[in-house]
Design a binder for this molecule. Structure first.
Ligand SMILES: *Cc1c(COP(=O)(O)O)cnc(C)c1O
Length: 433
């Protein structure tokens, strides 16, 4: 980038700011964005990039959407925020009603928080409090599958994949939990008893100490972009019932249409006891998350001792965030999102296929509006981001995974620019031997 187009504040970024999973003064490229519109991000030198990331699964309607903009400015005129202890407001109540109406019927109670990680903490605390109230105070542990990602706070981190979640670094600080290998049975296939054996054995042995099984249904996101059989969930539900263990689904990444169903759980027949939502809940406008649970869980926690659910964020149910979430969900449901996601899925399959023939590619997989090219080796983050920017796109790989999850409103010709860029960039990556 020439100095003429480099904003003068950019140097201070490297000096003072931590970006996600980064070092201060890392020397890695960082790109100044000045605005975003539709599926395009505009850089300070006026170049426009087609966005293949939806800002980490969130911006399903694209950026700077007039309907969402209006929702936030309308709400701003009455109030930006009020505390949620002892007070309530229409945006929160309407959003809760909407979430209850679009998720499985037994999920009737909603807890709002500020981020996905916190919604997972809340889910874990709900499970522990539920069993405590039922007279099983020893049920405090969690069982999960390897390769998961549930957030960066300590509770959430304890159920992330132990390797990619760097449990080694925090051994004495995070709670040890129970892990089994992730299911390998592919999406679309039925499971047999062998597929569930590790899960079954763990539950049989340790259920007296396990409050809940927590996992991402069908698609594991940031832990490895892995797709697996929805039937695994059906059988897991039966095991959880048998062993008196709650089931928590983390749909923070998969919720709101990404996998082709409104929620990934709809690929199965399962109703979880607790459901975490976040990311695209507000269409990428503001940070908001929700933890939903059944009347059984919420009533149990609310009876007995202490009779309260022990959590209450300062910015709980922020009215701006709630009104945008409500508007975003209506916008989604009023749009032909199923057709859009199906179209994106087909095009990703057609156009990423060629990548599978490259020597340095291990596998290409597509589900819903998620296209993944898994490389044989991790990509070099010193050089790859710049190459994508030079192709006119925003694609940010992690590890061996180069993936696309565009806004649902992306047009076919724009998506082709993304898939072509993926091919162009990875076909130039040399094998290290
Ligand atoms: C992103 C993510 C989280 C964490 O959400 P934050 O808002 O980043 O705290 C949790 N679970 C899953 C599945 C996610 O994709």
């Amino acid at each position: 980038m020439s100095s003429k187009t480099t904003p003068d504040w950019l140097a201070d970024d490297a000096k003072h700011i931590w970006h996600p999973y980064s070092a201060i003064n890392s020397g890695l490229p960082i790109f100044p964005v000045t605005s975003a519109h539709g599926v395009r991000l505009k850089l300070s030198d006026d170049r426009e990039l087609i966005d293949g990331m939806s800002s980490w699964w969130c911006a399903i309607h694209g950026y700077n959407h007039p309907v969402l903009n209006k929702a936030i400015t309308d709400q701003l005129e009455s109030m930006a925020h009020v505390m949620f202890g002892g007070l309530t407001h229409q945006p929160a109540v309407e959003l809760a009603n909407k979430l209850v109406s679009i998720t499985p019927e037994p999920l009737q109670s909603v807890f709002f928080s500020d981020s996905g990680s916190v919604s997972v903490e809340v889910a874990m605390k709900m499970a522990i409090q539920y069993w405590h109230t039922k007279g099983h105070p020893k049920k405090q542990k969690f069982l999960t599958i390897r390769g998961g990602y549930h957030g960066d706070t300590f509770g959430a981190m304890s159920v992330c994949d132990p390797i990619t979640g760097m449990h080694q670094l925090f051994t004495d600080s995070i709670q040890p939990q129970f892990f089994v290998d992730k299911p390998v049975r592919p999406f679309g296939e039925a499971c047999n008893n062998d597929d569930l054996r590790p899960m079954h054995e763990m539950l049989a042995e340790y259920h007296e100490n396990i409050a809940a099984v927590i996992l991402e249904p069908v698609v594991q996101g940031a832990g490895g972009m892995h797709f697996y059989s929805a039937d695994y969930l059906n059988r897991l539900r039966e095991l959880c019932n048998k062993y008196d263990v709650l089931l928590i689904f983390d749909e923070i990444a998969t919720g709101f249409g990404r996998t082709g169903k409104l929620f990934a759980l709809e690929h199965s027949k399962v109703v979880p006891d607790i459901l975490c939502l976040g990311k695209s809940l507000t269409g990428g406008y503001m940070t908001l998350a929700a933890t939903l649970t059944t009347t059984e869980v919420s009533q149990t926690i609310s009876s007995g001792d202490p009779g309260l659910f022990m959590h209450g964020p300062t910015f709980m149910a922020n009215p701006l965030a709630c009104s945008i979430a409500l508007t975003s969900i209506k916008l989604l449901l009023d749009s032909p999102w199923q057709a859009n996601v199906a179209r994106i899925e087909q095009q990703l399959k057609d156009e990423l296929k060629v990548c599978a023939s490259l020597d340095n590619v291990k596998e290409v997989r597509v589900l819903g509006a998620i296209g993944v090219v898994e490389m044989n080796q991790p990509v070099d983050m010193k050089t790859i981001p710049q190459q994508f920017v030079d192709e006119g796109v925003w694609v940010r790989p992690f590890g061996k995974l180069v993936y696309l999850m565009p806004p649902f409103v992306i047009k076919s010709n724009e998506l082709s620019v993304l898939t072509q860029a993926v091919y162009n960039v990875i076909s130039k990556i040399k094998h290290k031997s």
